[in-house]
Design a protein around this ligand. Structure first.
Ligand code: SAH
Length: 388
């Protein structure tokens, strides 16, 4: 059975030619017989074929390109895409037990996330298209990896844009809430069912390791979640304080501390903006500071507020950093570019009367591939800075 055809505008065609994988609703001229979540064949007004895509009847992103190829996008094609993604991980995450196996657009599987935590897999199907493919995805994972458990963490608001319900639960195998896996030689418990995201922030794995050699003295991990950076810094530092506003996150952080037997870590439940302001006023000083806030600019309209937020955080951090100290500062807002972040921090450094050098300019871990022609896939910036 051939898949339904939809007609896209010339601007939609240009979008495909530009290498992007999203076609907006305004560029969908005729959805024909397409049903929500169908794999459709995209054609222009002259019936010229432009590729196969996942169709949504709700989202502003009406079509997500899967392939420019004519070959039907069936279960075998899907399995090949997952295998291709897995091959990359063998090269870039071979020593990791927890990593992103499939990173949506970055692996040409738009709106599909598959995270691996040792023997457990957590998936997110964020559009009508990938949601329909869920049974096939589960089957492929079972055949390829024989996992102990496959969970879905589809309790995310973006599914609302697709008219899909928020839901989470076990799709196959054992009912598992938590799993313990190693990261960079440290042990972590991941709360797959109750934790943030799919349980952890896998995109920072390489940055947590990269931060370690610079860490020393008295360290501060702001927005610490389950202590990812803090634990990486602990061996190098005299003391580490992790701050987060979520009590659940700090509960995990304490468990992770105990798992690794560190005695030089402390945790504080607080809003990091308030905490940094008070620390500045009380003239506290640190030698190493990590700033890893949530995305402040999820939409372009929030850019100005985001700019202020990043500036405030970095200004305070630079003020309480001792000379010779390191600031590891991050932004996961796609709309804030690396150039923007550097400019924001330059402003903050001038206001704080600090001279700052850029030691490393980093991005998301390599298991979160950046698709060259899809700028949205480059979202995480991590700068390692030194105050002279
Ligand atoms: N650095 C972590 C990930 C941080 S994610 C890691 O490597 O795993 C962002 C964290 O910021 C979340 O844990 C969230 O609970 C916390 N958070 C969000 N807003 C906050 C605020 N205003 N003050 C303190 N923590 C906040």
């Amino acid at each position: 059975m051939s898949s339904p055809a939809v007609t896209i505008s010339q601007r939609g065609v240009e979008r495909v030619l530009s290498g992007h994988v999203w076609i907006y609703r305004a560029d969908l001229l005729d959805a024909g017989e397409a049903c929500p979540g169908d794999v459709v064949r995209m054609q222009d007004r002259k019936h010229h074929f432009w590729g196969q895509a996942l169709y949504s009847n709700k989202s502003q992103i009406a079509l997500r390109l899967l392939t420019r190829d004519e070959r039907p996008f069936d279960a075998a094609f899907l399995a090949e895409r997952i295998a291709t993604a897995a091959n990359l991980r063998r090269q870039v995450a071979s020593d990791a037990q927890a990593y992103r196996l499939v990173s949506a657009e970055g692996d040409l599987l738009p709106s599909l996330i598959i995270d691996r935590y040792g023997p457990c897999f957590v998936i997110q199907t964020l559009t009508q298209g990938t949601d329909r493919l869920k049974p096939q995805i589960v089957e492929i994972l079972q055949q390829t990896f024989s996992p102990r458990s496959i969970l879905e963490r589809n309790d995310v608001a973006v599914r609302g844009l697709e008219g899909l319900p928020e839901q989470k639960g076990t799709l196959a195998g054992e009912n598992i809430n938590e799993v313990e896996v190693e990261e960079n030689g440290l042990r972590f418990v991941f709360d797959l069912m109750g934790g943030q995201k799919t349980g952890g922030y896998l995109d920072q794995r390489e940055n947590r390791l990269a931060a370690r050699p610079y860490a020393r003295g008295c360290a501060l991990d702001c927005f610490c979640y389950a202590g990812g950076f803090a634990l990486h810094l602990a061996r190098q530092c005299d003391s580490v304080l992790g701050v987060d506003s979520s009590p659940e996150a700090l509960h995990l952080a304490r468990r992770n501390q105990q798992l690794n037997g560190f005695t030089n870590l402390e945790w504080k439940e607080a809003n990091c903006f308030d905490f940094l302001k008070a620390a500045d006023q009380q003239k506290e000083r640190y030698d190493t500071i990590v700033l890893d806030p949530p995305a402040f600019a999820r939409q372009k309209s929030k850019l100005e507020a985001a700019w202020r937020g990043y500036k405030e955080l970095n200004l305070r951090a630079l003020k309480i950093l001792n000379p010779g100290g390191f600031l590891i500062t991050c932004s996961c807002s796609h709309h804030v570019s690396e150039a923007d972040l550097l400019a924001i921090i330059a402003e903050a450094a001038l206001d704080a009367h600090r001279t700052v050098t850029v030691v490393e300019r980093r991005t998301q871990s390599r298991d979160h591939p950046i698709l060259l022609t899809v700028p949205e896939t480059h979202y995480l910036k991590c700068l390692i800075l030194r105050v002279i």
